[in-house]
Design a protein around this ligand. Sequence first.
Ligand code: COA
Length: 193
Amino acid sequence: MVTIREEKFADIAAREVLLDQAYGASRFAKASERLREGRVPADGLSLVAVERGRIVGTVRLWHVTAGPGCAALLLGPLAVDPAHRNRGIGTALMRCAIARARLAGHRAIVLVGDAAYYSRFGFTAAPTGELWMPGRFERDRLLALELHPDALAGTRGLIAATGALAPKPDLNLLIAASHGARRLQQARLKRAA
Ligand SMILES: CC(C)(COP(=O)(O)OP(=O)(O)OC[C@H]1O[C@@H](n2cnc3c(N)ncnc32)[C@H](O)[C@@H]1OP(=O)(O)O)[C@@H](O)C(=O)NCCC(=O)NCCS
């Protein structure tokens, strides 16, 4: 049985593998990535699909402003393990994410993706005609779902990141960890000699 739950720290490595499988290295070049890098996702809106302890799907939502003063969420990336596609896992993740966003009082969700897939959840390009991504994007793939009626009406401008900044890794800790790993490696080599 597939369960949808909030992402935990321990899920990160499996999630990265899944995203590499779904999108390849080009995922880091996307305009959406410019809105995610260095930020933390919206509270309670990083979800994973799990089956028999394995991560088989992922979705995250991020705080943005869709034009000046218009708070919204950016959805993505959404990905399902290739071996588990067409079983409704993407749909379950999307429905759960939208329901949670609505419950938390968010007003609108934007994303860049295939309208042929996202239209089933109510996303259209109609409310995004006057919005721009920070980088190259295809206008007919910039979609939105208004959770409040006309939440994006009249909005115009750049979509920009507004989420909290992710904590920077502590350089001293990284150096200590790398020294520790080197010492461990040297001790192992000594024992083996
Ligand atoms: C898109 C994705 C998340 C769908 O996950 P999934 O669990 O297979 O989706 P579901 O089982 O809920 O839905 C399957 C349906 O979506 C359709 N579908 C899947 N990807 C689609 C796409 N890019 N465009 C249109 N329809 C699509 C399938 O044909 C199927 O249609 P049906 O219900 O008429 O049979 C998954 O295919 C994936 O990770 N793809 C790689 C990354 C990607 O393309 N992400 C988002 C699209 S921009």
